[in-house]
Design a protein around this ligand. Sequence first.
Ligand code: S3P
Length: 415
Amino acid sequence: MKLKGSFKAPGDKSISHRIALFSLLGKGRMQVNNFSPCADCASSLKAVNLLGGEAHIFGDMLSVEGALGEIKDSRVDCGNSGTTMRLLMGLLAGRPGEFCLDGDESLRKRPMQRVADPLRQMGAELICEKGNAPVFIKGKELKACDHTLSVASAQLKSALLLAGLQARGVTTVREPAQSRDHTERLLTQCKAACNGKNGTWQVAQSELDLPERYWVPGDISSAAFLITAALINPDSRVMAEDVLLNPTRIGFLKVLLRMGADLKIEQQGNHPEPWGRVTAGYTPKLEACEIMAEEIPLMVDEVPILALAASQARGVTIFRQVGELRIKESDRISAICSQLSALGVDIRVKDDDLLVTGPAKLKPVAELDSFGDHRIAMTLAIACALAENQANIKKMESAAISYPGFQDALNGLMA
Ligand code: S3P
């Protein structure tokens, strides 16, 4: 199956969430171009409006009004979105009022204790029975903390920084390994007192000054599926245009380069974040490699699609310490192992490492299961395109959680 041409992925999901949610702590009116149309960001927009903010979407343009001080007691349905829930936990912990954050079946299984515990140290009042949603919050006056994160998680780090913006004193958050830094960048762009380097971040009490205009670069995590598809399908060459190139998000591109991929990364701008073009061409001789534990947070959402790339590489690719993937929208380790095995890939788990041996010739199957997880669904769709196999992928519609136009974009490149 040959893929040719250029495409633009929708606006970055992580950045879009933050823009919408931060308006609750900001003042001013903001016009945002290329806001993500995905279902997860729709959950954040719904939350903002319920909580007293004002966010209106017109196509991919978002108009948002700062709602500082206007937060209303609410019960918020965060849908499938861990980012919405975890960032709101930090954001609401210091606002006067009573709130309940709930979500779908998948979100109700995901760990919230890791966010609730450090927030409680700051004086927050949160109840999440057995560490899961629904999360009940009673806003309190917060005091600053100095906290070392138990895991390298951008959602956890962001929750604490957002609470720190409302706390007395200077809050310090230390990361065990670097994770995506969109919160820190956006807080600085909103003129908050936020500084840091080498994985240590500090915030002090601040109101956010929303920039008048903001453009969201394309989502590199969505583009990853089509970039990888081009690398493993003969005669393919695709270009991802206007895509986010933030160094904390392109770990998977660096790994693919190590595997010998025909990839070109051209940075074309640095504002509001590094962005540019990625060109990917079919690479018949991908080589296996080892991916170290500290690299995983920089490519945490791309492990499923990279596992598929590894299945086409010569040798054993080892992903070290991927346990965090078990608590994403699904148990992604178990999902990717069962589904790629069904397709004939030699893939196994040893301790917390994932081992993929290639190259594998994928075999046709009648049905695959995404387990309702968007990133698994899209990985399986690319695997089926490679195998020229029309398998039924259960809950394929979950792709819309991050990439509503995925199937059309794939079809467009295959035409
Ligand atoms: C995200 C952080 C990551 C990632 C998720 C989005 C964010 O989660 O998997 O898709 O926008 O902060 P963790 O912080 O749990 O690693």
